[in-house]
Each structure stands twice: as C-alpha cells, then as structure tokens.
Design a protein around this ligand. Structure first.
Ligand code: S3P
Length: 502
C-alpha cells in the first residue's frame, strides 16, 4: 500500500543511544526556547511586522492586559489543534491528495507538518491558505534525515510516536524544555507491548528514539483518560495485522476515530454499559485521501467566551466553532454558572459537529463542576478558573490530576498566578476550589507562564477585567495554538499590549 511520493521500507537501523544523545545535544543548543530557530509560520510571514507576539524573537516578550470596556463584534478563531494534527498525519499516510482548509497554522501543528514531510509526504500550503497533502500510503513512511523536533507539542509527540512504531527504521524525537518534562511512559508502555523498541530518559521522557518493528495487535485498557494515548495506539495499529483494541473507561475526544472513518477505514466503536468505549481497528487497511474543513478550536474560543462573559456589556459572536460533544464541556459549565451562550447554526462538517456561538455578558455564580466532565474540557480549566474568580460563591473543580502533566503543572501555575492577583482559593492535589464575591479581583500580578500557552492567555483574560493590569512574563508561547490572539481580542475591544504594565 504505497502512495506516489515515498520510498520503499528501509532496513532497520540500529543506532545507539549515545549517538542519539550527542546528536540531540547538538541540535538542542539551537533550540532551547519555544520557537527559537523556528521558521516563521505562514501567518507570521504574511503579516510580518504587525504581529507583536511572534516567537521568532530570542528573548521573552512580556505582555500586559489592561482593564477594558465591553467586547463586541464577530471573530473567527483559528482551526482546531487536535483536528489539524490529525489531518496532516492521516493525509500524510493516505493514498492520494487531501486538501485541508482552516488548518491551524500555529507552531505545534507546523511541527507535525514538518515531521510528515520528513516521512516522505508532500505537504504544501497554497496561496489561498488551503493545504495540500499527498500521502505515502500506510506502511510506506521514509526514514527521516533529522531528529524530529516536536517543540512544545505533546500531541505531535505522542501521535507521531505511535505512527513510527511500526516503521522499519529508527526515529529520534526531541522537544523544548516543557516537553522534556512530560510523561511519555503512558505511550511507551502500550507501544512496547506491541513490540516497538524504545530508548528514552528516565520515566519514558524525551529525548527518545523508537526503532519500529512488525507489531502485534493488543487489547489495551487506558490507565488514564487520554485521547493522545488512544490515538498513538490506533496509529501504531494502522500497519499492524489483526485487530487492535483500545478500551477507555472515560470517553475522550474521538477525532482520530472520526478521521479514520472519513478516510474510508472501518473502525468499530462499542459503547460500554459503564459509559466507556471500546474501539477496535483492523490494521493494514488502505486510507483514501479525503478533503477536510477544520472547524474553529473550541479550546481557543474558550478564552474569548470567558472574556465576553465577564466584561459587562459585551456581545460577541464566534463563528464556525467545533462543538464535538467530547469537547464542549466548558460551554456547558459556563451556562450552568449563568453564562449567556447561545449556539446558532448547529451543523455537521466532515464528521464533526460545528456551530456559531453568541456570548453576551452575564453575572456568574459558583457551582460544583462534575469531575467526570473533565475529559471534555481538560484544556479549558485554566480559563474556567478565571471565570470562577468573577463568579459569586464557591466553584469546586476536582478530578484534575491530568492538569499537573500538561505543558506546565497547570494547577500550581494557575494557583501561583491567582494568588498574585488577589483571588481566594484552595489548591487540592486534584483540583482547585475558588471563592469569590462577584466583584473584580485586584489583579496587578506578574505571571510566570512556564512555556504554557493556556496559562498565558488565561491571565491576559483575567487582566481585562481586574482592577489593575495583569502582565505575563512571556507571550511568545501563544503562537503554539492561537496565532493572532492579541490582535483578535484587541479588535473586539480589549487593550492588550506588548511590555510590562504600569
Ligand atoms: C489532545 C488530547 C488532550 C489535550 C491535548 C490535545 C489530542 O491530551 O489536553 O491538548 O489532540 O488528542 P491528553 O490526551 O493528554 O488528555
């Protein structure tokens, strides 16, 4: 099963870990901070000079949000990050040419695009912003010439680890300082069970190398609710004979399953009586190129939705937002807290539910957020904590162990920032309890973002509605998921500027 662009499977190369370390050390010297040595995204290039937050600079870029008037107008947030990674990966192994419109052109996704080129797929961005990907065919990846630098992206890292586990060569992976701290054992364990050979730092952490093998199918119960782990196993199953099965006790985002179907593969999903799911995939099916329209990212829309809710007088419409039922937990929660969020034009697009959101300012009250809802809003908790800081009463958010192993330890990073801005809370091992009286918190903090885009954007939202400005130590990392965030929110009426606040 081979596409037009790829070479034959090569012989398995045996490379020692010492070589990996030497190579990685040399490359790491060139890329220790996010985006350093990283080429401009097409977005940046097209707006050169007008993008204040570009990560091309080598030095931190402090950014300040100032108390702002109401937000009003319409906006279209960038494409969904999860779907964008998968569009490039599946397009890159399908037979034929896939066109992708609305692809997120953030740094994380561009890492995946660069990796797929290294594997032999032809990945090009057209003048009109539509991407064209001509794939290799399942089982026909080419050995990369270079170490794959995954930057800040856990999704790129974990999904591509799965993809290469069955490829007959050794692939080297590295990332930035944040990615090097993140647990990869959760992916390593099932891939090794399938037969892949993996050498990593302690705890399965990056940098690491995978020597792909002819794998055997497994029946695997996810120990953590993680769509990345589920997807890594399904990607490893693509070229594995027999039926690979993944069982998840808590449902996680199903973009991989949806996209496999969209590319013509057969995948069986069984709903279990306990609310979980079992996903079975028969390997070595051919994937056929299929065009994709990427909806706006609900995780990016979340920042604007909270801003419009807490800034009195706001009325904002966000068009074309992905509303996959396994991703819409934040909007449900905000509504339960009293937010005025209307869903308009609900429709289906390339296997995903999509709609427009109209958000009008409203007063919020504290609630107990059901812990079982966490997987459907896992990336949105940082900005939910901000919403809770403006609610009247107590908001309890638990079941959030996973937040400790995201781009940063998000519970402790958010706790430190909330404290600096005068918000009352209790930090638990698995969550936060926030107490507020419905009046704007003091603000005034300088926030450490720890290479975490969602910490950065959450505190900029806080600073729009506090009594005094809020400054984040470095805005560059926002380029990973939301290029143009500052321009977009300013166009709606916010005041966010480069530099430290007065
Ligand atoms: C993602 C899954 C989630 C999420 C991440 C994107 C994906 O991670 O936090 O931003 O695209 O599969 P986990 O799988 O670790 O929960």
């Amino acid at each position: 099963m081979k596409g037009v662009n790829c070479q034959n499977k090569g012989a398995v190369s045996k490379v020692s870990f010492i070589c990996l370390q030497l190579y990685v050390t040399a490359v790491k010297k060139l890329a220790t901070t996010p985006g350093q040595q990283f080429p401009s995204s097409p977005n940046n290039a097209s707006k050169s000079g007008s993008v204040p937050m570009t990560s091309d600079t080598q030095f931190p870029v402090p950014v300040t949000a100032r108390p702002s008037g109401p937000l009003s107008g319409a906006a279209r947030v960038p494409g969904d990050k999860s779907i964008s990674h998968r569009a490039l990966i599946f397009g890159g192994v399908a037979v034929g040419t896939t066109t992708v419109s609305g692809l997120l052109e953030g740094e994380d996704v561009l890492r995946t695009a660069a990796a797929m080129r290294q594997f032999g797929a032809n990945v090009e961005r057209g003048e009109n912003g539509v991407w064209r990907i001509t794939g290799c065919g399942v089982g026909a990846l080419r050995e990369p010439d270079e170490v794959l630098d995954m930057g800040n992206s856990g999704t790129a890292a974990r999904l591509l680890m799965g993809l290469v586990a069955s490829a007959p060569f050794t692939t080297f992976f590295m990332g930035d300082a944040s990615l090097h701290k993140r647990p990869m054992g959760r992916v390593r364990v099932p891939l090794e069970e399938m037969g892949a050979k993996i050498i990593s730092r302690s705890g399965g952490r990056f940098p690491l190398a995978i020597t792909g093998q002819s794998l055997i199918p497994i029946d695997y119960e996810l120990p953590v609710a993680s769509a990345q782990v589920k997807s890594a196993i399904l990607l490893a199953a693509l070229d594995t004979p027999g039926i690979t099965r993944v069982r998840e006790g808590k449902r996680t985002r199903d973009h991989t399953e949806n996209m496999l179907r969209h590319f013509g593969a057969e995948i069986t999903v069984t709903e279990n009586a306990d609310g979980g799911r079992s996903i079975a995939y028969r390997g070595q099916q051919e994937l056929t190129a299929a065009d994709i329209i990427v909806p706006g990212d609900p995780s990016s829309a979340a920042f604007l939705a909270v801003a419009a809710t807490i800034l009195p007088g706001s009325d904002v419409t966000l068009s074309n937002i992905g509303l996959n039922p396994l991703r819409d937990g934040l909007f449900i929660t905000l509504r339960e807290m009293g937010a005025n969020i209307e869903i308009l034009n609900l429709r289906e697009q390339a296997g995903e539910r999509v709609g427009d959101l109209r958000i009008r300012a409203s007063t919020l009250h504290g609630i107990e957020v059901p812990p079982e809802r966490a997987p459907s809003m896992i990336d949105e908790y940082p900005v939910l904590f901000i919403a809770a800081a403006f609610a009247k009463g107590r908001t309890t958010m638990r079941g959030l162990h996973e937040l400790r192993v995201k781009e940063s330890d998000r519970l402790s990073a958010m706790a430190a920032g909330l404290k600096a801005c005068g918000v009352a809370f209790e930090e638990l091992e698995d969550g936060l309890i926030i107490d507020a009286d419905g009046t704007p918190p003091k603000g005034g903090g300088v926030i450490e973002t720890h290479l975490d885009h969602r910490i950065a954007m959450s505190f900029l939202i806080l600073g729009l509605a506090t009594q005094t400005p809020v400054t984040i130590d470095d805005g560059r990392v926002m380029e990973t998921s939301f290029p143009g965030f500052v321009e977009m929110i300013n166009a709606l009426g916010a005041t966010v500027t480069r530099g430290r606040g007065a």
